[in-house]
Design a protein around this ligand. Structure first.
Ligand SMILES: Cc1cc2nc3c(=O)[nH]c(=O)nc-3n(C[C@H](O)[C@H](O)[C@H](O)COP(=O)(O)OP(=O)(O)OC[C@H]3O[C@@H](n4cnc5c(N)ncnc54)[C@H](O)[C@@H]3O)c2cc1C
Length: 455
């Protein structure tokens, strides 16, 4: 098998991975031409490409208070402090790359699509001497002390051993593991949180996942999250046209105060989805309003080339949206393994038990920058002796159903216990099944709080 050596291997090419790569290359120089400076391994897809990058703008004090309160006071204080102090850098990073910004409902939003923004980051990374392998990490390579020192990478039809001095994990969350997801889905790509668990990387808060009620799954429209003021104007009904939301949630939607009731709102949609199909009905909109939404809102593209009377009513479904739990890091983006860093949605600590919108992209940029800077210090040559292969990934519809049916917005102690027994009796567990056991363990251990709703 071909072997490539690099000073820094980054897994993932979303906002966190690319910013980590840029900041690594800005802080690292070498005369050793035979070793690659920095390689990102990742397919093109990422949640950063489909996200509109709406970034909350408020003072350091307000950021701290908002996140601390939304997360039921369970944020890691060190991570929260680092984030609130460095949040302003997320805007400077975008300005430095000349990405035009405009005011949004919560702060700033780029005038470009997520795909165009990521292309600009990638161009910058390449211009600084970085390289990207269009493939994915299939397994980890660990040394005799159990520390990750590289990866087996699947690229085209071949496998490559990539040996690195430093590793930055920026692989996003559990998006591909859920049957319903607002993010990308890529079945044959191993989940890096599952591989990391097997390789001894410390994970935390796995019981906390954020779900969203508004995933369009209608055959006449693209499968996509829908958001913006239109949510307040819609009616939510079952297949017989009967509205099902409680008065509290209905009023909160109309008055745009639903963000503080998010888990409760998701639960009402989820409970209904177990009984019938759910439809969003926008027939009461005026044509003018609809045309304006299409033009001005970041999700308006969903209705491109459609007239209001063609999409008066469409099917939606609650879906997985964001991993609050993940790899435990400190304020330097270091994991429990020396030389292994992590950044972005794959990590945990900032959001405590629950997340409010508008801080995920800035989290990816802030900790991506920190990870790259720290990884660039104290670099030794990559070594390839006595490495062991770790990982046994299998993502298929069975595991996606397990995640959605058992680890969704409402978890049941009884179901978790029986699933735990069933999986534990199996031989040769996949990496993802081991992750399921770990999520069950942490969900049961924690009382019902924030995004861990358990009955
Ligand atoms: C529809 C949608 C809208 C959103 N809107 C907003 C918003 O407006 N504001 C906000 O702050 N946040 C928003 N979010 C959340 C935010 O976009 C994400 O949290 C953020 O993009 C995560 O960035 P990341 O770099 O950590 O991960 P990602 O962007 O998900 O990137 C992870 C990368 O890792 C790669 N990868 C995964 N597994 C492997 C493997 N085995 N080998 C190699 N590579 C691998 C993936 O292909 C991908 O390139 C939204 C999310 C979604 C889904």
């Amino acid at each position: 098998m071909k072997t490539i050596k690099t000073f820094c291997l980054i897994i993932g090419s979303g906002a966190a991975g690319l910013e980590a790569g840029i900041s690594f290359l800005k802080n690292f120089s070498t005369s050793k031409k035979e070793i690659k400076k920095c390689i990102i391994v990742s397919p093109i897809i990422s949640n950063s490409r489909i996200s509109p990058w709406n970034i909350m703008d408020c003072s350091e004090k307000e950021i701290k208070e908002k996140i601390w309160n939304a997360g039921n006071h369970l944020s890691d204080p060190e991570i929260l402090k680092t984030f609130s102090e460095n949040h302003k850098h997320s805007i400077s990073i975008l300005k430095e790359l000349e990405i035009p910004l405009k005011k949004s409902n919560i702060g700033y939003i780029p005038c470009l699509s997520g795909t165009n923004i990521i292309n600009i980051f990638e161009k910058k990374f390449i211009s600084l001497g970085g390289e990207r392998i269009n493939g994915f990490v299939e397994k980890y390579l660990v040394n005799q002390e159990g520390i990750i020192k590289g990866a087996v990478v699947y690229h085209g039809n071949e496998r490559i051993n990539l040996i690195a001095s430093k590793i930055i994990i920026a692989s996003g969350g559990l998006t591909s593991l859920y049957k319903y997801t607002t993010g990308y889905s890529y079945d044959s790509m191993p989940n890096i949180l599952a591989l990391s668990l097997e390789a001894g990387i410390a994970l935390e808060n796995l019981e906390f996942n954020m779900f969203h009620p508004f995933l369009i799954i209608d055959k006449n429209l693209s499968t996509s999250l829908i958001s913006g003021e239109i949510l307040q104007k819609g009616k939510y009904a079952d297949n017989k046209g009967k509205e099902f939301l409680s008065k509290e949630i209905k009023d909160a939607l109309i008055n745009n105060t639903f963000h503080s009731l998010f888990p409760k709102m998701v639960n009402e949609f989820y409970t209904q989805s177990l009984k019938s199909k759910i439809y969003m009905d926008i027939s009461n909109l005026s044509d003018d309003y609809f045309e304006r939404y299409k033009k001005e809102n970041e999700f308006g593209w969903i209705f491109k080339n459609k007239k209001l009377n063609e999409v008066k009513k469409f099917e939606i479904h609650p879906a997985f949206h964001y991993s609050i739990g993940g790899i435990k890091i400190n304020s330097k983006s270091e994991t429990n393994q020396e030389g292994v860093y992590a950044a972005g949605e794959v990590t945990t600590g900032l959001h405590g038990a629950n997340r409010i919108g508008g801080f995920a992209i800035s989290e990816a940029l802030v900790f991506g920058k920190i990870a790259g800077e720290n990884a660039a210090a104290n670099i030794t040559l990559p070594k390839e002796d006595n490495l062991t292969v770790i990982g046994n990934s299998l993502i298929d519809s069975r595991i996606k159903n397990i995640f959605w049916n058992n680890l969704g917005p409402i978890k049941k102690y009884k179901d978790l216990e029986s699933l735990k027994t069933k999986i534990s009796l199996k031989n040769n567990l996949s990496s993802e099944e081991k992750l399921v056991l770990e999520i069950i363990k942490s969900s049961i251990k924690r009382r019902s709080i924030g995004a861990n709703f358990i009955i």
